[in-house]
Design a protein around this ligand. Structure first.
Ligand SMILES: Nc1ncnc2c1ncn2[C@@H]1O[C@H](COP(=O)(O)OP(=O)(O)O)[C@@H](O)[C@H]1O
Ligand SMILES: [Mg+2]
Length: 242
């Protein structure tokens, strides 16, 4: 298996109602894939399945054995809300999975990486939404994953912070050689960040279209190529939501 993570013919129902039908995808090392689709189409469901957090589905899920090298889980997850534990400080939240034996130097490096150097002593209630999401990103990177799964991670922050966090995540993915599977309903975000955009939709949802984005990073958000691709996706999504 050369992909880091592979989903094959995934079907998923809740209480007998099929949500996902025959969804397949493979994430290659270093690749950035976005799953784009209307609200309620099953994006979070698919991400939880990919993470191994939901085992109630049919089809195949394969994690590359290489993902288990290095002692970590190999897969990090960043959810839509930061999900920080309010009674732990920032550093403790980042290293929480390892409890007291957490690697302080690595936590400090990650804090610097996400622009929060020296702020490990702060409590979650002292953070803005954007800062809390930076902490969640650092926590997702703590186990040195080769795959980071992100579920609409920037949707709760303002547009400017959002752009900064997008740039940050692409930079870190490149610096640490991490593949990303990103769930989003934001067209700009999907095409700005990804190598491939998969459009999910229908009822039940299937992958309706795949659009490749063969542009190097850093990208120009105003480029004509990105505008064209966003237009293609918008046409597809408009049909799906009519
Ligand atoms: N735990 C659950 N029990 C029952 N239905 C669920 C559950 N989680 C999600 N759903 C339903 O499955 C569909 C897909 O949900 P979700 O994966 O959260 O969509 P998205 O992330 O694309 O907005 C929605 O119709 C939602 O109401
Ligand atoms: Mg969701």
């Amino acid at each position: 298996m050369s992909a880091l993570l592979e989903l094959r013919d995934i079907r998923k129902s809740y209480a007998g109602v099929r949500v996902l039908d025959d969804v397949s995808l493979a994430l290659a090392p270093g690749e950035i894939i976005s799953l784009l689709g209307p609200s309620g189409c099953g994006k979070s469901t698919l991400l939880r399945i990919a993470a191994g957090l939901d085992q109630d589905f049919t089809g195949g899920l394969a994690h590359n054995p290489l993902l288990d090298f290095g002692g970590g889980s190999g897969i990090g997850v960043v959810f839509q809300e930061p999900r920080l534990l309010p009674w732990l400080n920032v550093a403790q939240n980042i290293g929480f999975a390892e409890g007291r034996a957490a690697d302080g130097a690595w936590i400090e490096q990650l804090l610097a990486d996400v622009g929060l150097g020296g702020q490990g002593d702060k409590l979650p209630k002292q953070l803005s939404g954007g800062m809390a999401q930076r902490v969640a990103i650092a926590r997702g990177l703590y186990q040195r994953p080769q795959v980071l799964l992100l579920d609409e991670p920037f949707s709760a922050v303002d547009a400017f912070t959002r752009m900064k966090l997008q740039d940050l995540v692409v930079h870190l993915a490149d610096a640490y050689g991490i593949a990303l599977l990103l769930v989003t309903h934001d067209l700009d975000e999907a095409f700005y960040l990804s190598d491939r955009v998969l459009i999910l939709g229908g009822s039940p949802s299937r992958i309706q279209r795949e659009l490749a984005v063969p542009l190097p990073h850093p990208r120009d958000r105003r480029s004509a190529e990105l505008a064209y691709l966003r237009g293609e996706a918008l046409t597809e999504l408009t049909e799906l939501t009519l």
